[in-house]
Design a binder for this molecule. Structure first.
Ligand code: SF4
Length: 430
C-alpha cells in the first residue's frame, strides 16, 4: 500500500401501490458507492473518508469532487498496490501506518471512515477489524468506522446508506423518559436543513435533530422516543438499523415539490399532535411562493415525456413530482432497487399505469428508450453522451443528488433542472 494520496483530497392507497414491476438483471451502468463521499465529506465537517482502494478509486473520487481542490480535503485514498494484491505486504500494517500518518497531520479529524472498495474486497481485507483496532488506539479523540462503497456491492447512493448505517450503533441511547424527538435522516444541504428547522419550529415541533450531524460530536440520542422522517429514499439499511434501536419510522412521501414537502412535514405534525391551524400557518407562505414559482416551470414542462434509467433511487419521488405538479408524462420509471415499504406513499401517488422497472439490462432498456423517443431522459453520465449524440435530451441523475432540491424553496430549482436541458436543446435546434 503506498502512502496516502492526500494531495487532492401519507397518501391514500391507490396509484401504483400494487402495480407490476419489470425486474431486470443484466449489465448495468451506475457509479459505485464511493461517490457518496463527495457530498458526505461536506456534511460531517470533522469527519474524514479514507478509501482503501486502487488508483481507479482515487481517480473516481478526485475527478468527481475536483471542485473542492482548493480546500484541505476530507477524503483520500490509501492505494492498494501490486505487492498488497499479491499478498507480499502486510496490508493491515500498511493501513495502520497510513492512518497514523494521517491523524498526526490532521488533528481536527474526529471521525474516520475506512471505506472499502472492490480491491479491498478482492484481497479480503477485514476493514471492520481494522476499524475496531484503530478505534481502540485512537479513542477517545478519534472514532474509526468502516463501510463498503465497492461497486461489487453498492450503487451510487447506497454509499450514503452504508455510511449512515455504520454510525447507528455508536449513537447514544436516549434516556428512558426522554421526550419525543424528531430525527430527520439523510444528508441534506445545510441551507435546506435550516429551512426545515424553521418550519418545524414555526409549527411547534421544537425537538428536531438531523442525521448525519454536521459535527461528529453531535450524535443524536436514539430510542423509543425517536420519530424518524427519511429525507432520502435510499436509506433502507439505515432505517432498519434505527428501527432496531427503537425508533419509529413516520410514513411519508419524500420532500420533493410542494406536495411531497407538505405531506412529509404533515407526517411530523401528526406525530407531534400539531393542530391543522398551526400547521397551515407555518407552511402557507412558503407553499404559496413555491406554487407561484412552479406555475412558470409548468408552462415549459406540461405534456413533455420523460424516461428514467435506474441510477440514484430518487427516480420514483422525482417522477411523482414531475407528473403531478408539472404535468409531465412518465414513459418508464427505472430504479436500481424498489423498496416497497419505504416508497409506499410515493407509489400510491404515481399516476395509475406508470411503467416501473427495477434493476437494469442496459441494452434492453436502451431499446425501449429509443422506441419511446422521450422529450427528456434521466440517466447516468455513461449513457448521457451516447443518447445526446442520438439527438435525445438528457439530465444527469448525479446532478439531482448534488443539488439542494428538497423543500418548498427548492421546488422551482428542481423543476428548472428539467426545463434547462429542454430549452438548451430547443436553442440548438433553432
Ligand atoms: S470501488 Fe470498485 S467500482 Fe468503485 S472506483 Fe473503486 S474499483 Fe471502481
Amino acid at each position: 500500500m503506498s502512502a496516502v494520496t492526500i494531495p487532492i483530497r401519507a397518501a391514500s392507497a391507490g396509484g401504483c401501490s400494487d402495480a407490476p414491476v419489470l425486474r431486470e438483471r443484466g449489465q448495468h451502468e451506475v457509479f459505485c458507492g464511493l461517490t457518496g463521499i463527495i457530498w458526505l465529506h461536506r456534511k460531517i465537517q470533522d469527519a474524514f473518508f479514507l478509501v482503501v482502494g486502487s488508483r481507479t478509486c482515487a481517480h473516481l473520487i478526485q475527478s468527481a469532487a475536483g471542485v473542492m481542490i482548493f480546500a484541505e480535503p476530507r477524503f483520500a485514498t490509501a492505494i492498494i498496490d501490486e505487492r498488497d494484491l499479491a499478498g507480499l505486504a502486510d496490508a493491515n500494517a500498511e493501513l495502520d501506518r497510513v492512518v497514523n500518518q494521517l491523524l498526526a497531520r490532521r488533528p481536527e479529524i474526529k471521525l474516520l471512515f475506512l471505506v472499502g472498495s472492490c480491491p479491498s474486497e478482492v484481497i479480503k481485507l477485514d476493514l471492520a477489524r481494522a476499524a475496531a483496532r484503530l478505534s481502540t488506539t485512537f479513542s477517545p479523540s478519534v472514532r474509526v468506522l468502516n463501510y463498503s462503497g465497492s461497486g461489487i456491492e453498492t450503487t451510487f447512493t447506497q454509499g450514503e446508506d452504508a455510511c449512515l448505517a455504520s454510525m447507528v450503533p455508536g449513537l447514544p441511547a436516549s434516556a428512558p423518559n426522554a421526550p419525543t424527538e424528531l430525527l430527520v435522516v439523510g444528508a441534506l444541504a445545510d441551507v435546506v436543513e435550516d429551512q426545515f428547522l424553521r418550519l418545524f419550529k414555526h409549527m411547534g415541533v421544537d425537538r428536531v435533530r438531523f442525521f448525519p450531524p454536521r459535527r461528529a460530536s453531535d450524535m443524536a440520542p436514539v430510542g423509543p422516543n425517536t420519530r424518524m422522517l427519511l429525507a432520502q429514499p435510499f436509506l433502507a439499511d439505515t432505517a432498519r438499523a434505527l428501527q432496531a434501536r427503537g425508533a419509529t419510522l413516520l410514513a411519508a412521501p419524500f420532500p420533493l415539490g410542494v406536495e411531497g414537502t407538505t405531506l412529509w412535514l404533515q407526517a411530523a405534525a401528526r406525530a407531534f399532535a400539531i393542530t391543522e391551524a398551526a400547521f397551515d400557518a407555518a407552511v402557507a407562505p412558503a407553499t404559496q411562493r413555491a406554487r407561484a414559482a412552479l406555475a412558470r416551470a409548468r408552462l415549459a414542462l406540461e405534456g413533455k415525456s420523460i424516461f428514467f434509467f435506474p441510477d440514484s433511487q430518487l427516480e420514483i419521488p422525482l417522477a411523482r413530482f414531475l407528473a403531478r405538479e408539472l404535468g409531465m408524462r412518465l414513459l418508464e420509471v427505472g430504479t436500481p432497487y424498489l423498496h416497497r415499504q419505504n416508497l409506499a406513499q410515493e407509489l400510491a401517488l404515481l399516476p395509475e399505469g406508470t411503467f416501473l422497472s427495477e434493476g437494469q439490462h442496459v441494452e434492453k432498456q436502451l431499446e425501449r428508450c429509443r422506441a419511446a423517443q422521450p422529450d427528456i431522459v434521466v440517466c447516468g453520465l455513461g449513457l448521457a453522451n451516447p443518447l445526446e449524440s442520438e439527438g435525445m435530451t438528457t439530465k444527469w441523475a448525479i446532478e439531482l443528488v448534488f443539488t439542494p432540491i428538497q423543500g418548498f424553496d427548492q421546488a422551482a430549482d428542481l423543476a428548472e433542472l428539467f426545463t434547462r436541458p429542454l430549452l438548451r436543446r430547443m436553442r440548438l435546434a433553432a
